[in-house]
Every structure is written in structure tokens, then in C-alpha cells.
Ligand binder design. Structure first.
Ligand SMILES: Cc1cc2nc3c(=O)[nH]c(=O)nc-3n(C[C@H](O)[C@H](O)[C@H](O)COP(=O)(O)OP(=O)(O)OC[C@H]3O[C@@H](n4cnc5c(N)ncnc54)[C@H](O)[C@@H]3O)c2cc1C
Length: 273
């Protein structure tokens, strides 16, 4: 991502006048998240200066700084565990990914499932990058970021959001090591210990100039569209009536909602839907 990242860490890349992470935090807050832990690496002070205590988003923000010794994604999570800032179960989002799914639904799936970790995936069929996950009946049964030939054949790709227990981090990631979370997820999938959740909305990433441009376009389109924000947007919203008004409101709400319609078909008096 040079020359962009000469000046900024990826999370702070400007997108339509705001750092990328601003959009991530907006989304997390709207999904009901109230605390974030930043694993800081390259130019981490810029992130800390911008996010501060997280109060601007109604969040509590804390930081774990790797300094100059970068340890990979798994090593960074282990450092956070050792710093005592992780809950017994926590969600993980990469600093360069923007995604859209219902976190309460992911969390409910995680709690229902026995495995110590959950990975979100999206049907890919080679569309975004090489498919790397096989997903079936709420489980990721094979995941490998490096292998060419995954069995059963991979039709999914990791979506960039996962849930882990502190226990599995303590057991599987030795302190002080440099490693990637992909290795942990690979091992857990092979052992039948990786739950899955299928996302349906495409993800965005700012790890490449094309990805950054793509996300900028998405943001500009959203800014052009009328957006309804409610003070209740931290919870799921029920829209009463699926007539013209109800369906229009549901289409524009930024947070997860459900249209509650008494009739057998939507559309109300309009009846053209
Ligand atoms: C005969 C007729 C012709 C029309 N012609 C035109 C026209 O040519 N041009 C024009 O612009 N407009 C026209 N209109 C007006 C237009 O159809 C309405 O203004 C518009 O559909 C109203 O939309 P709405 O979403 O506000 O309400 P509605 O379409 O009435 O939708 C309300 C929905 O809420 C549901 N509901 C109600 N109570 C509950 C509950 N307790 N729980 C769950 N669901 C509930 C209902 O089943 C319904 O689906 C016409 C209307 C009629 C009746």
C-alpha cells in the first residue's frame, strides 16, 4: 500500500474525509459493541490519538502496543491476553476490513456451538480471492490459507470477523511467539473445533489500492443516500407494517431490523411489491 502507508497505518487511511477506522467504529457501535481493544503496531500512536477513549462512539477503547516487535495476528492477540484486557469470549475484527453482518446473530451462534472459536465466512467461488474454507451446517470443516487443494473443496473465504475464547488463546498460542491466526483456525478446523457463520453482504478491505477505491465508492454512495439513524440503533429494530412506508424505512435503516407484517403478503395498500 505504499506510498499511502508511508504516512498512515492502514486503519487510518483517509476515506471520504475520515480515517477508515471511523467507519468500523460507527458500525461496531451500531451493532451494540461497547468496548474495543486495539492491538497497535505500525504508527499505532496515530490510532490512539484519533480514537482516544472511544467516547465519541459511546465505546470504551483500550490499547495494547506491540511496539517495534511485531508478532503477527495471533501473537498480538496473545499479547492482549497477557495484558489482561480480553474477556472470556471476544470478537476479533481486522484493522483493514469493513464488513456488514449482525453481530448479535454471530454471537448467538457462537454461544450455541460447543467449539472454542467461530469464523465467519462468505460464499466466494474464487470471486474475491482464492477460496480457502469449506463450510457446512454451521461449521468450518476445513480452512487453509496456503493450500491449493482443500478437501472437501473450498467454496468459501474467511470474512474477517471471528469469535474466540480466551481459553483457546491461552492454550494454543504460546506467549512471546510470532504467528498468524490463520494457523490457529486451520488447526481448529482440522480438529472439528471451529464453528462457522455465513455472511451474505460482501466485505471491503483497504489492503490494496483497488480495495481502498472500492470502499471509498461504497461510502460515497451511502453518503448520497438518505440514511435514518435512530437513538435505538444499538438494538434490533422492529418496523410495524410492511406497506410502502414500512418497507421504505426498513430499506434505509443502517442497523439490523425486522418488518412485522400482519397480512400474508407485504405491500399494504400499494400491493405492487
Ligand atoms: C384504492 C386505493 C388507491 C390508491 N391509489 C393511489 C395512487 O394512484 N397513487 C398514489 O400515490 N397513492 C394511491 N393510494 C395511496 C397509497 O396506496 C397509500 O398512500 C400507501 O400505500 C400507504 O402506504 P403505508 O405504508 O403508509 O400504509 P399501508 O399500505 O396501509 O401499509 C400498512 C401495513 O401495515 C400492516 N399493519 C397494520 N396494522 C398492523 C399491525 N398491528 N401489525 C402488523 N402489521 C400491521 C398492514 O397489513 C399493511 O400492510 C391508493 C390507496 C388506495 C386504498
Amino acid at each position: 500500500m505504499r506510498p499511502f502507508t508511508d504516512e498512515f497505518p492502514k486503519s487510518m487511511l483517509p476515506v471520504a474525509g475520515r480515517p477508515f477506522l471511523h467507519y468500523q467504529l460507527d458500525w461496531l457501535a451500531a451493532e451494540g459493541i461497547d468496548e474495543v481493544v486495539y492491538c497497535l503496531g505500525y504508527r499505532g500512536e496515530m490510532i490512539r490519538d484519533y480514537v482516544g477513549d472511544g467516547g465519541r462512539w459511546g465505546l470504551k477503547a483500550t490499547y495494547v502496543d506491540e511496539g517495534a516487535q511485531l508478532r503477527g495476528t495471533a501473537g498480538a492477540v496473545r499479547l492482549a491476553l497477557d495484558a489482561g484486557v480480553l474477556d472470556p469470549a471476544f470478537a476479533l475484527l481486522y484493522g483493514d476490513s469493513f464488513i456488514r453482518l449482525s453481530i448479535p446473530e454471530v454471537w448467538a451462534r457462537f454461544e450455541q456451538s460447543q467449539p472454542p472459536a467461530l469464523m465467519t465466512v462468505i460464499r466466494n467461488e474464487g470471486q474475491w480471492d482464492r477460496s480457502n474454507a469449506s463450510y457446512e451446517n454451521g461449521r468450518v470443516i476445513a480452512y487453509d490459507k496456503a493450500a491449493q487443494d482443500i478437501q472437501p473443496p473450498a467454496r468459501y473465504i474467511d470474512y474477517g470477523f471471528s469469535v474466540l475464547t480466551s481459553e483457546v488463546v491461552a492454550q494454543e498460542i504460546p506467549p512471546g511467539t510470532t504467528s498468524d491466526l490463520a494457523a490457529l483456525f486451520h488447526a481448529l478446523s482440522a480438529e472439528g473445533r471451529l464453528a462457522g457463520f455465513e455472511a451474505t453482504d460482501r466485505f471491503y478491505e483497504v489492503g490494496s489500492p483497488a480495495g481502498l477505491k472500492d470502499f471509498e465508492e461504497y461510502v460515497r454512495q451511502r453518503q448520497a443516500a438518505p440514511v435514518i439513524r435512530t437513538t435505538a440503533s444499538r438494538r434490533r429494530i422492529g418496523v410495524l407494517g410492511g406497506g410502502l412506508a414500512g418497507l421504505t424505512v426498513a430499506a434505509h435503516l443502517t442497523s439490523d431490523c425486522e418488518v412485522l407484517e400482519a397480512d400474508e403478503r407485504p405491500g399494504g395498500h400499494c400491493q405492487t411489491v
